[in-house]
Design a protein around this ligand. Structure first.
Ligand code: CU
Length: 178
């Protein structure tokens, strides 16, 4: 009895260290399992239902700052063209928030699956942040900065998650009308 009490109060140091090591090891395994579980659980949610958009706008000879835009949209994960979507384009200048008031433009279905067409009217040349709001078979919002000039549009910087960011050259000065 006395021996047992003594043993409880003063465990052998080696046994104590072993017990602590086992506890730490168990915690580490639990933590590793949790990380694996989080990764497996979270991955499909991030990968699913993102849109990949390719916008190409050609300047009209008149009126000034008007463009015919072709948009190709696909499921970013599967690469399948996105058909039957409603797509609204919004345009704003990142360098001049609130200065421009360009109305939203809705795309019409184009000449092949996943392709859409819209005529847009801006009010100056320069870098425009183009926001594409996609609804229908997929819901997503894609934002990218394009340089709009006398010929057409040129991608400057992609926004959103999972897309690479391209180096952004200095913006050419636009011609203001305001
Ligand atoms: Cu401006």
């Amino acid at each position: 009895m006395a021996a047992a009490l003594q043993s409880d109060r003063c465990p052998k140091p080696r046994e104590e260290r072993t017990a602590i090591r086992e506890k730490i090891s168990m915690l580490a395994r639990t933590f590793a399992a949790l990380i694996v579980w989080l990764t497996v659980t979270a991955a499909p949610a991030f990968a699913a239902d993102r849109a990949k958009a390719m916008l190409d706008c050609k300047a009209l000879s008149s009126p000034e700052f008007a463009y015919d835009c072709t948009l190709d949209i696909a499921n970013a994960r599967t690469g399948a063209p996105l058909e039957g979507a409603t797509i609204v384009l919004g345009a704003d200048m990142p360098s001049m928030p609130m200065v421009h008031n360009v109305p939203p433009f809705e795309f019409k279905p184009g000449d092949k699956p996943g392709r859409y067409q819209a005529r847009i009217q801006l009010d100056m040349y320069g870098p425009w942040a183009i926001k594409l709001r996609i609804t229908g078979p997929m819901r997503d919002e894609v934002v990218a900065v394009y340089q709009f000039g006398t010929e057409g549009s040129e991608l400057r910087k992609r926004g959103g998650s999972g897309t690479r960011t391209e180096p952004q050259p200095a913006a050419k000065p636009g011609q203001h009308r305001h």
